[in-house]
Design a binder for this molecule. Sequence first.
Ligand SMILES: [Zn+2]
Length: 321
Amino acid sequence: MEDRVYGIFDGGKEGPKLADLCRGLLDEQKTSWPQLSEAYEALGSAKTRLLACNGFSVRLLHNPGRLTSTDAKVDAADISRRPCFLCADRLPHPQKSILYRHEYLILSNPMPVMSGHLTIPHISHRPQTIIANTQTFLALAADLGKEWIILYNGPRCGASAPDHLHFQAIPAGQTPIEHEIGEKRRLVPYGGYQNGISCYRVENLGREVILFEGEEPLSLARALSRHIEVLGQIPRPPADEEPMVNVLCRFQEGKYTVLVFPRSKHRPSVFFRDGDDRIVVSPAVVEMAGIVVTPFQRDFDRLDCATIESIYREVTLGLTL
Ligand SMILES: [Zn+2]
């Protein structure tokens, strides 16, 4: 196993910066792991198209390599039958990792949505949930710094391994929503938070987005966990599981900005249609942030603003309706 550890980050001041370690890992893996170098080559020729929707933008990304993730079977029976691809002993041999604070492995994502895409699984096989892990989520954002954003997909709304706790990271500044939340006129105070935490609903994005800001990670982590728990009181089955959310965090100049996307369902009805009517779009956190991955060329060509707006309306959970 030891030759599979590229580096160790334990939070100490002496060692290398986490961002530098991650860049080094990605560079090393692109040369030593043929599957990854092929995936990056395919990514280089992936097509993109910008859609100016009503109040917001979406970037379509045609990437056939993402079909496995977009079309992944994620119901409990399917998951229990397949070997877990995030467990350390099942990682492909060329894959190396950075051991993060004794608890997580940082890996290059073998099917990247964009250059620099990282997957960050827990070292042990345990269910995907953020409510008990908001502190780690924020710590990862701070440790990786302003060049990356941290992503979370709930077990029933985008995580392709709902049985194994994991986060992701992508380079900062690549998603449309990161720019849209900078427009102050969109921000409407929400929730009456105190203790240095600001909270807003972000308007005119075609889907529900709750924005938290703060500089003190412990109180912010608690507010986030509580907010997600409260979402579970909005009735919808099954009530015993974590409320459906996607979450994104960036850390800049000492401040955490967290976006919560409350969800009502995982996939839109067009995903389940037959034949030519089927549109293979499976909204996860990257899609909710404004990058819509389309593994099939025909979907990339035909998706329009009305369809995107309808997909967002269908999968979002409106908090004031
Ligand atoms: Zn596992």
